[in-house]
Design a protein around this ligand. Structure first.
Ligand code: ADP
Ligand code: MG
Length: 242
């Protein structure tokens, strides 16, 4: 069963088309990694999937529901597909615990006590039980990103989209975030991960997509796309990053 389905997606900013006819789907429990040079459209594609951006052509469906920013179902789709950003995007004036519980309380209308209890469990799951009462500025980048992952999980999403979740981190903090993502993958979470971490993609991805200039150039299992890329553009990109 496909949780996310993109068919012939086209996206323009003004008169410039930045996503050209992209189709792919993501099944339940699948981990799809998207790689590609800066400016190739990776973030824009993720933002279209959870309705943060409109698209001009084709169709995106989440669990069969059409992603249409103008429709009433968009709020429901956004709660089903969580997003983790490069720059954490936590509320600085709220504790880690409050950051995780905020969505369940205000968006999902869960009772406060129950939401706080669940938020504590989620912080434990990402290894941050001891930091529940800390504010984001008191946490390292790696800890903030783990809070952001706990917050995404708090919405009990069907899938999580990650947009370069480790790119803003000091190198020594990358591992702790990737470890949490690995454990989510092992638990069967459906994930779409834009990343430059080729080791992670090789190890965790079921499928790797290579984007270049808004075109989905190549896709397949990591051992094919990363080790034996067929397309010269993929070969050239990998030569530069590996
Ligand atoms: P990536 O995430 O792969 O680096 P992006 O999705 O951020 O690429 O950008 C894809 C293209 O769309 C780039 O040419 C970028 O300049 C353009 N773009 C992204 N966001 C906007 C925007 N809000 N307005 C205009 N152009 C944009
Ligand atoms: Mg980007």
């Amino acid at each position: 069963m496909s949780i996310i389905e993109l068919k012939n997606i086209r996206k323009s900013f003004g008169t410039i088309e930045v996503i050209h006819d992209i189709s792919f789907s993501v099944k339940k429990g699948e981990v799809v990694c998207i790689i590609g040079p800066s400016g190739s459209g990776k973030s824009t594609l993720l933002r279209c999937i959870n309705g943060l951006e409109t698209y001009q052509g084709g169709e995106i469906r989440v669990h069969g529901d059409r992603v249409d920013t103008a429709s009433k179902s968009i709020r429901r789709i956004r709660t089903r597909v969580a997003m983790v950003f490069q720059r954490f995007n936590l509320f600085p004036h709220m504790t880690a615990l409050e950051n995780v519980a905020e969505g369940p309380i205000y968006v999902k209308k869960e009772p406060r006590e129950k939401a706080l209890e669940h938020a504590r469990e989620l912080l434990t799951r990402v290894g941050l039980a001891a930091k529940a009462d800390s504010y984001p500025p008191q946490l390292s980048g790696g800890q903030q990103q783990r809070v952001a992952i706990a917050r995404a999980l708090g919405m009990q999403p069907d899938a999580i989209l990650f947009d370069e979740p480790t790119s803003a981190l000091d190198p020594e903090l990358v591992g702790e975030v990737l470890a949490v993502m690995r454990s989510l993958a092992a638990e069967g979470m459906t994930m779409v991960v834009v990343t430059h971490e080729m080791g992670f993609a090789r190890e965790v991805a079921d499928r790797v997509l290579f984007l270049d200039g808004g075109v989905l150039v190549e896709q397949g299992p990591p051992e094919e796309v990363l080790s034996r890329p067929q397309n010269p553009r993929t070969q050239d990109f990998l030569r530069r990053v590996l």
